[in-house]
Design a protein around this ligand. Sequence first.
Ligand SMILES: *[C@@H]1O[C@H](CO)[C@@H](O)[C@H](O)[C@H]1NC(C)=O
Ligand SMILES: *[C@@H]1O[C@H](CO)[C@@H](O)[C@H](O)[C@H]1NC(C)=O
Ligand SMILES: *[C@@H]1O[C@H](CO)[C@@H](O)[C@H](O)[C@H]1NC(C)=O
Ligand SMILES: *[C@@H]1O[C@H](CO)[C@@H](O)[C@H](O)[C@H]1NC(C)=O
Ligand SMILES: *[C@@H]1O[C@H](CO)[C@@H](O)[C@H](O)[C@H]1NC(C)=O
Ligand SMILES: *[C@@H]1O[C@H](CO)[C@@H](O)[C@H](O)[C@H]1NC(C)=O
Ligand SMILES: *[C@@H]1O[C@H](CO)[C@@H](O)[C@H](O)[C@H]1NC(C)=O
Ligand SMILES: *[C@@H]1O[C@H](CO)[C@@H](O)[C@H](O)[C@H]1NC(C)=O
Ligand SMILES: *[C@@H]1O[C@H](CO)[C@@H](O)[C@H](O)[C@H]1NC(C)=O
Ligand SMILES: *[C@@H]1O[C@H](CO)[C@@H](O)[C@H](O)[C@H]1NC(C)=O
Ligand SMILES: CC(=O)N[C@H]1CO[C@H](CO)[C@@H](O)[C@@H]1O
Ligand SMILES: CC(=O)N[C@H]1CO[C@H](CO)[C@@H](O)[C@@H]1O
Length: 733
Amino acid sequence: MSEGTPFVGLFVGFLLSATGVHASCPIELSPRSVVVRYGDSVSVNCSTSESQIEGMGWEAVQGGMSLDKVNHLAWTVENLTDWTISPTCFLNLSPDGQCQKKPTVVLYTFPETIGISSSSGSRGGMDEGKEYNFTCHIHNIAPVQNLTVMWYKGDAMIDKETSDISSVTPVNHLSVLSFKPTRKDNGATFRCKALLDLSPEGPQLIASSQEFNITVYFGPESRCFSLEQLEILEGETLENACHVTGRPSPSVRWLKANQPTDPAVPLKRTDAGWYTVEAEGAVLIPKDLLVYVLYGPELKCPDTYTAMEDAPHNLSCNVRGYPKPEIIWYKDGEEVELPENFTRDDTGQYLITASTALSSVNHTVDINVIYPPSQIVELEDSDVPVGSTVRLKCSSMGNPRPRYSWDYYQATNVVVENEDGVSSLHIHNATAYNMGSYTCHASNDGGNVSKTARVTVKETPDSVSIRPVGDSSSVVEQRELQLRCDITGVAPAANVAVRWFRGNETLEPLVRGSLRVTGCQPQNDSTCDPGAVRSPLNVSSTISITLNKTDNGVEFRCEAQLDLGPRGPQTPPKMMSSPFNVTVYYKPTINTTKLPKTIPVFNGYPEELVCEADGHPAPKIQWLYGADNVPRGSGDTIFVSEAGVYNCTASNQVDSIYHEVNVILKEDYLPLIAGFVAVTVIVISIIFVFIFSIYYKNTKMRRYSLKNPKLETPSSNVAHNGWDMQFPMTKLS
Ligand SMILES: *[C@@H]1O[C@H](CO)[C@@H](O)[C@H](O)[C@H]1NC(C)=O
Ligand SMILES: *[C@@H]1O[C@H](CO)[C@@H](O)[C@H](O)[C@H]1NC(C)=O
Ligand SMILES: *[C@@H]1O[C@H](CO)[C@@H](O)[C@H](O)[C@H]1NC(C)=O
Ligand SMILES: *[C@@H]1O[C@H](CO)[C@@H](O)[C@H](O)[C@H]1NC(C)=O
Ligand SMILES: *[C@@H]1O[C@H](CO)[C@@H](O)[C@H](O)[C@H]1NC(C)=O
Ligand SMILES: *[C@@H]1O[C@H](CO)[C@@H](O)[C@H](O)[C@H]1NC(C)=O
Ligand SMILES: *[C@@H]1O[C@H](CO)[C@@H](O)[C@H](O)[C@H]1NC(C)=O
Ligand SMILES: *[C@@H]1O[C@H](CO)[C@@H](O)[C@H](O)[C@H]1NC(C)=O
Ligand SMILES: *[C@@H]1O[C@H](CO)[C@@H](O)[C@H](O)[C@H]1NC(C)=O
Ligand SMILES: *[C@@H]1O[C@H](CO)[C@@H](O)[C@H](O)[C@H]1NC(C)=O
Ligand SMILES: CC(=O)N[C@H]1CO[C@H](CO)[C@@H](O)[C@@H]1O
Ligand SMILES: CC(=O)N[C@H]1CO[C@H](CO)[C@@H](O)[C@@H]1O
C-alpha cells in the first residue's frame, strides 16, 4: 500500500498534466521518465509544438539551462550525482505566462556485494531449537523501496522481504531472517539475494551474498537419560541400549561402582546393578541408572527321573531367568501339580514349561516310579509222578519289571524261562533229582519277595541189582553167603528200604537203615550218610544167609522201596532186582537103597552094580576093587562076577565118600545058558554084518556115496535136537 500510494499520485499528476495542464502547457518530455545510475549521464528532451513561445528552459540542481527562445531544449547531465534531482522544463508562453513539466528521474545505486552474518557467530555453530538471526547487509542501496531481499536455504527460497521505507537517497539496508535450527538443518547453507527491480524503465539488478554454512549442535541425548532403570537383554551392550547421540559427537563414559566399564562388552546376567553414564558433547550429562539384565528362561531338568513310590523325591528343575519365569508342569496335556510323593500312576512323560514375558522354553522328563514286587501268588506245591513235566510259574508286579531267580537243586532237566515279566521253571521228565523246594525270588530296585513251593516226585531207583559179595556165585552147604543189593540213582537215599526175597517168600522183615553209600570211605562222614545227601545216590544193602542144599537154584531177589512218609506218594515206589540164582555145593550122598552092603553073584552071571550119588557139583564115581583098591571100570555101573569087596567112591569138590559092597559068589547055570545064547546071537550077528558089508561094497558102492550125505542130515538134526532138549531140562531143574 505504501508503495502503491506515491505511484497512484504520480499517475494522477501525469493524467492532469497530460489533459488539463497539457492543454494549457504544451510541453513534451522525452523520455518522460528516466532511470539513471548514480554518476551516469542523463538527457531529457523538452519540446513543444507551440510556436507562440517566449522561451524555454530547465531548472535543475545539475544541468540547469536558462530560458531560450527554442521549441525544444534537452536537459543533459554528464555525471548525475544529485539524489534529490528534480529537473523542471519551463515554457514561457506569450503573452499569458509560463507553464512547466517535470520528467521523472530515478537515480539508483546498487552495491556490488552484499554480506551475510548470523547471530550465531561467523562459524555458524547453532544450538538446536534456539532462535538465531541471519542478517543480510546491503550497503548503499537506492531507491530502497525498489529493493527485494530473498533468503535461500540451499536452493530453496524461504523468505522474501521488501523494504517498508522509501528513500531516494542511498541507505544501508539490513534484512533479518529469524531461524530456529533443527538437527536436520545441520550443514545447510544460507544466503541472501538483493533484487533492485527498476523495471520497466530500468534494469533488474541482483546481488547474492556468500553462502553461510551452519552447524547445528544438539545433545548429548539418549532415551536412557529419562529413565531411572533400564532392562537389557543378556548379550546386548550398554552402548546399544543407551545409544547416545549429539553434535558435536559426544564422548560417553560408563561407570560401575565408580570404575570405568566398557559399554561395548555384552552384558552378562551378573552385570546387573547401578551404572553411571556420562555423556559429554555440547554439554556434559551424567545419569545414574539401575540396570537389570534380562535372560532366560532357562530350564534344566533331567530327561528321565526315577523315583521310589511313596517316598519323598528330589526331582527339581533348575530354572533361571529374569524376570522370574513361571513354571507349569503338564502331563498328558493337562496342567498338574508335582506331588510330594509319587505313586505308580504318576509314571509317565511330563512337559515342563518355563515362561516369561520374553519367551518360553519347555522340557520333557520321563518319570519312572519304582515300586517293589508284589506278592507271588501262583507258585504252588506240586506232587507229580516221575517222568512228568512240571511247570512252576512265578509272577509279580513291580517297576522296574522284577528280575527273577530261583533257588533249587540244580539239574540239567530244569529250565527257567523268563518271558513277559513271568518266570517259568520247567522240569522236564521229572526225577527224584528234582524233588525238593523251589524258591522264586522276584526283585527290583524297590525290594524283593520270594515264595517257595515243594515239588514231590514219585521216584523209583534207576536200577536195583543183586549180587553176591566177592567173586563166587556159589557156596557150600551150611556156609554163609553174603548177598548185596545195589540200588543206583535213588533219592532221597535215606528213605530207601530194602526187602529180600527167597523165591517168592519174603526172606526176613523189611530191613531199614542197613544202607551204605556205594564207594564211600567210612571216615568221610558227610558223603556216607545217605540222609545228608539229597541228590540221587548209589546205595547197597547186604545180608548174610546160611544155605542148605535145598537152596540150590533158588532165586533170590531184593526190592528197593522208597518210603517217603505221609507227604510222599500214596503207593510208595518200589523196584525189584532181577533174580539171582544161588548155587549150593554139597557133598555127595550114595543112594544105598540101590546098593546093599552084600550082593550075591551067581557064577557065570555077572551082577550089575550101580553106584548113584547125589551131590553138587555132580560127584565123580570110582569103583575100586579089593584090598589093593584096583580101579574097576569107569562110571557108576560095573559088572561083577568075582567075589570081593567093591568100593564105590563118590567125590566132588566138597567131599568124598565111599560105600563098600561085599560080593559073594554063588553057583547058577542059568547065567551060563544065557551066556551061551548071547554068544551065539553075537556070532550070527557078526556073520550077518560081514555078508551084508561085502554085498554092499560090490553092488551099491555109488549109491552108498550118494546116500551118505542124506544120512548125515538127520544125524545132525538129532544132535541138534538133543542139545535143544538139554536146555529146557536144565532150565526145569
Ligand atoms: C562525477 O562527479 C563526481 C563528484 O562530483 C566525481 O567524483 C566524478 O569523477 C565525476 N565523474 C565523471 C565521469 O566525470
Ligand atoms: C533478532 O532480531 C530481532 C528483531 O528483528 C530481535 O528482536 C532479536 O533479539 C534478534 N535476536 C538475536 C538472537 O539477535
Ligand atoms: C559451506 O558448505 C558448502 C558445501 O556444503 C561448501 O562448499 C562451502 O565451502 C562452505 N562454506 C563455508 C564458508 O564453510
Ligand atoms: C511322603 O512319604 C513320606 C515318607 O514315606 C511320608 O512321611 C509323607 O507323609 C508322605 N507324604 C505324603 C503327602 O503322602
Ligand atoms: C516346546 O518347545 C518347542 C521349541 O523349543 C516348541 O516347538 C514346542 O511347541 C513347545 N511345546 C509346547 C507344548 O510348548
Ligand atoms: C525220561 O528219563 C528217562 C530216564 O532218565 C528216559 O529213559 C526217558 O527217555 C526220558 N523221557 C523223556 C520224554 O525225556
Ligand atoms: C510160591 O510159589 C509156589 C508155586 O511156584 C506157590 O505154590 C506158593 O504158594 C508160593 N508162595 C507164596 C508165599 O507165594
Ligand atoms: C535161574 O534159575 C531159573 C530157574 O530156576 C532159570 O530160569 C534162570 O535162567 C536161572 N538164571 C541164571 C542166571 O542162572
Ligand atoms: C535110591 O534108589 C531107589 C531106587 O532107584 C530110589 O527109589 C530112591 O529114592 C533113591 N534114594 C535117594 C535118596 O535117592
Ligand atoms: C575104600 O576107599 C576109601 C577111599 O577111597 C578108603 O578110605 C577105604 O579104606 C576103602 N575100603 C576098603 C575096604 O578098602
Ligand atoms: C537532442 C534532441 O533529441 N533534440 C530534439 C528535441 O525535439 C525536437 C522536436 O521534436 C527535435 O527536433 C530535436 O532534434
Ligand atoms: C516500488 C517501486 O517499484 N517503485 C518504483 C521503482 O522504480 C520504477 C522506475 O523504473 C518506478 O516506476 C516504480 O514505481
